[in-house]
Design a protein around this ligand. Structure first.
Ligand SMILES: Cc1cc2nc3c(=O)[nH]c(=O)nc-3n(C[C@H](O)[C@H](O)[C@H](O)COP(=O)(O)OP(=O)(O)OC[C@H]3O[C@@H](n4cnc5c(N)ncnc54)[C@H](O)[C@@H]3O)c2cc1C
Length: 465
């Protein structure tokens, strides 16, 4: 019972409910029906655990659908969770070509949508979670906390209870700002800023044709968007980066460990050298003004020196950040830099790692002081751009084993990636001629060599490179 002086009668009733087993029969709630949330569901289903997946969008993998036109850089064999594969194959599904690089749209159509169908009404669409707490317990109240159910409030006002929460809500809805210091540029909220990977050659073509577009960011999302824009004959293109040179984005050219990445960088450099793309280096977006038609983005570098550019469209390819606000009544132990758990942070730190050198990790690295709450998938990485679906699948295998009480399996974490690369460079090179390759992650999959992590490896060569 709580040591608090207030609310004694209510808490007594609550604890009696719990000790009579109320929490034990509740489902495990998975937030988000993206690749990792649905993989969590597959592991829960295999272990016979009751679950409910809550998806904000009106379709499964609503975030992936937003970049459905982008071809990913890891082939099918690394994009399918093992438990999901077993369930699908038992239902007569045939896996796509293991070495092919799917688009986001193909990921949904050929894998995620059929997977979600297996779970029927255990996947609820249009169910956006607005807050998570514990029944009768705010963040401060301790005694008996771990025994009471989670309380999950939906945007509609509906409330649900859960035995555990697997938060796979991603970070795609939290793009980083244009402003160079992590704060919105002055006036940023008053102009129309497109976020990474618009479908320049498809659905969004009209927005860019005949226009002057500014792309801000140094990752391969920026590179992919720039190369697509360069295919529009009458588009004017400016590219702004904080660094003094674009060397990191260009990669190693012919000497690059990944030919596709090298080719991407080489083509980008050629466009800059020929003047097709105007490159602004040392550009620290500070403020934006608009005359209603065009926007002027003004840079002020740390020394105070300024430069500016006036454009019709702005694309901010500046990465993503997680939104932990839905869990603000839970006890989270967040790394002050990345916003992952503190134990995970050194394993995924982009200053030390590319995606291929991130070691296998699971429940121990993902646990917060709040028992039973786990952020998984790309959300678990916070601002680190080093996430791969394959690592997310291992996370949820481990977390679900722990929830089911199988601690031996939960702690036996491994990443089964081959020695030769997560990303198939030859295929990538051929396929990117058609649609372009991107990770959507600044400094992500294409930004460094594609090191591959074998079980127990502490470093590797890599995908992200
Ligand atoms: C363009 C791009 C290319 C990538 N390419 C690769 C690649 O080649 N290989 C690779 O391994 N990884 C790649 N990644 C990284 C990563 O694997 C993907 O981002 C992947 O989609 C992450 O899966 P997730 O399930 O963690 O999150 P998401 O796919 O972001 O799914 C989160 C889901 O949660 C839902 N949601 C959000 N908020 C709420 C809420 N409050 N309540 C309920 N539901 C909510 C969303 O609608 C969404 O469906 C890429 C990422 C991007 C952006």
């Amino acid at each position: 019972m709580s040591a608090s002086c207030c609310g004694t009668t209510a808490s007594l009733e609550l604890e009696q409910n719990v000790t009579s087993g109320a929490a034990g029969v509740l489902p495990i709630v998975v937030i988000g029906a993206g690749p990792v949330g649905l993989a969590a569901a597959a592991h829960l289903a295999e272990r016979g655990q009751d679950f409910l997946v809550l998806e904000a969008g009106q379709r499964v993998a609503a975030s992936v659908a937003q970049w459905g036109h982008v071809r990913v850089f890891s082939p099918w064999k690394y994009n399918i969770d093992a438990a999901a594969r077993r369930l699908l194959e038992a239902d007569g599904w045939t896996a796509p070509d293991a070495d092919w690089l799917p688009t986001g749209g193909e990921l949904i159509e050929d894998y995620l949508a059929p997977l979600a169908e297996l779970f029927g009404d255990k996947v609820r669409l249009g169910a956006k979670v607005s807050a998570i707490s514990r029944l009768g317990y705010d963040r401060v109240r301790t005694n008996g906390r771990e025994d009471v159910p989670f309380l999950i409030r939906l945007e509609s006002g509906e409330e649900l209870q859960a035995r555990a929460v697997v938060d796979a809500s991603g970070n795609y809805t939290g793009p980083n700002v244009l402003g160079a210091s992590g704060l919105p540029a002055h006036g940023e909220n008053t102009v129309d800023v497109d976020h990474a990977l618009p479908d320049v050659l498809g659905a969004d073509r009209e927005r860019y044709e005949g226009k002057h577009t500014l792309v801000v960011g140094a990752g391969h999302s920026a590179a992919t968007t720039l190369l697509a824009l360069a295919q529009l004959e009458n588009a004017q293109i400016t590219w702004a980066i904080r660094a003094g040179s674009a060397g990191r984005t260009y990669g190693g050219g012919d000497a690059d460990a990944l030919p596709a990445r090298g080719a991407l960088g080489t083509r980008l450099r050629a466009h800059v050298d020929s003047g097709r793309i105007t490159l602004l280096t040392g550009f620290f977006a500070h403020s934006v003004t608009t005359d209603g038609e065009q926007a002027t983005v003004i840079s002020r570098d740390p020394s105070g020196a300024g430069q500016s550019v006036t454009v019709d469209r702005i694309v901010a390819a500046t990465g993503y950040r997680p939104d932990h606000s839905i869990a603000s009544e839970l006890r989270l132990d967040l790394d002050p830099i990345l916003g992952s758990t503190r134990r995970l942070a050194p394993l995924i730190d982009p200053n030390q790692h590319s995606c291929g050198t991130v070691p296998a990790h699971g429940v121990d690295e993902l646990s917060h002081p709040e028992p039973g709450y786990y952020a998984v998938g790309v959300k678990s990485y916070g601002r680190a751009p080093t996430f791969l679906m394959a690592t997310g699948y291992e996370q949820v295998r481990s977390v679900v084993a722990a929830i089911a009480g199988d601690w031996e399996e939960a702690r036996d974490v491994q990443l089964d990636l081959p020695e030769t690369g997560v990303c198939s460079s030859n295929l990538a090179e051929a396929q990117e001629q058609r649609v372009g390759l991107a990770t959507g992650i600044s400094g992500g999959l294409l930004a460094t060599p594609l090191p591959l992590v074998t079980v127990g490896a502490s470093d590797g060569g890599g995908c992200c490179g």
